[in-house]
Design a protein around this ligand. Sequence first.
Ligand SMILES: Cc1cc2nc3c(=O)[nH]c(=O)nc-3n(C[C@H](O)[C@H](O)[C@H](O)COP(=O)(O)OP(=O)(O)OC[C@H]3O[C@@H](n4cnc5c(N)ncnc54)[C@H](O)[C@@H]3O)c2cc1C
Length: 384
Amino acid sequence: MDFTLSEEHQAFADSVARFAQDKLKDGALARAHSPHYPWETAALLAQQGLLGIAFPEEDGGQGGTLMHAVLAIEQVALVCPKSADIVQAGNFGPIRTFVEYATPEQKRRFLPDLLAGRKLVSLGMTEPDAGSAVTELKTSATPDGDDFLINGSKVFSTHSPEAELFLVYVRFGPGVGGIGSVLIEKGTPGFEVGQPSSFMNGEQWSQLYFENCRIPKENVLLGAGGFKKQISGFNVERLGNSARALAVGRHAFNTAREHALTRRQFGRELCEFQGIQWRFAEMAMKLEQAQLMLYRAAMEGEHGLPSAQSTAMAKLACNLAGWEVSNDALQVMGGMGFSQESLVEYCVRRTRGWMIAGGSIEILKNRIAEGVFGKTFPQRPPKN
Ligand SMILES: Cc1cc2nc3c(=O)[nH]c(=O)nc-3n(C[C@H](O)[C@H](O)[C@H](O)COP(=O)(O)OP(=O)(O)OC[C@H]3O[C@@H](n4cnc5c(N)ncnc54)[C@H](O)[C@@H]3O)c2cc1C
């Protein structure tokens, strides 16, 4: 068993770290405080080959692996947390499910703009009455000649105010077996993107409304019975979420460490106080533990999709470590940590959201417990 990165992985991580220091360090604070997607930076990352890292070369990707994508998102987040959103959008988000299951024609239509950082795809899964209980979604796809009519609504979709393409979970029929997904472009008649609302982390989201929105059958990504496949693709999204949460926590940790080495109170550096030292010892341990679980899940998915159990454990560990460490880092930095002069308060706000997004920490625990006992535990009340 080897706990170190291979020479090739390390060299890749080092090259991304150098690029990030060189091109992303300046402006990191301003990017974090803007509610908008950093399009110019997205084009830069695309040129650097940091979008589509694990996608096949024939699809316009880089032919790398999931581990390379995890290393890239980490190294970018360590320098510019907001730019890591671009790595997420171009490697781990709905684009990953799209690349896995799209037809060659669908790829030809949509991938070039997405991989160039010119357009975004947003995931429409959550509905007003179907959050954690995602299989209760109601948005319907009804056949009408060669087309489908989409009716329903979605909430909380990341990048929804700025995306051009939406990967929307829909119901073709009853039950879990009736769920699949379709691709819907902004501007399609019957599809409306509502006014943006803000999350605590600074991101914006718009409610999506579909009213007899007509799409051709060529826009079906996965028909009825596609739910399991969609969730397998979604496990990759969860790993991107995990990697960002952890790296953003480490970003805050590094900033607080520098602060503790230089800030003097009572005539000594903060790091001289045992109360501060123990806090850092615990923070360092949380980061290391979560890192091991993340890399294990990423290596499992090295030549395919990662397993649900390892992904759930990695996400839970990284979400908790990222949030707890950022929050402790803020405390160690006192008023400066709480101020928007530093990125640490941003790290706290960002890591908090990932404990809800992409499978809340409670839902992950339910999933892990099922693995522990080798049983499924239906969450719905028993039928009489
Ligand atoms: C930052 C952010 C980004 C997001 N991005 C997207 C996106 O791109 N696309 C998209 O479709 N959605 C997105 N979401 C929505 C997200 O997937 C949902 O918020 C999430 O699934 C929880 O659903 P809910 O908010 O309706 O909470 P609810 O399901 O109402 O849950 C409320 C609380 O109850 C807990 N709970 C629910 N059921 C159980 C149970 N059985 N056992 C124990 N506890 C339980 C939950 O963990 C939670 O703490 C995003 C959310 C956030 C915060």
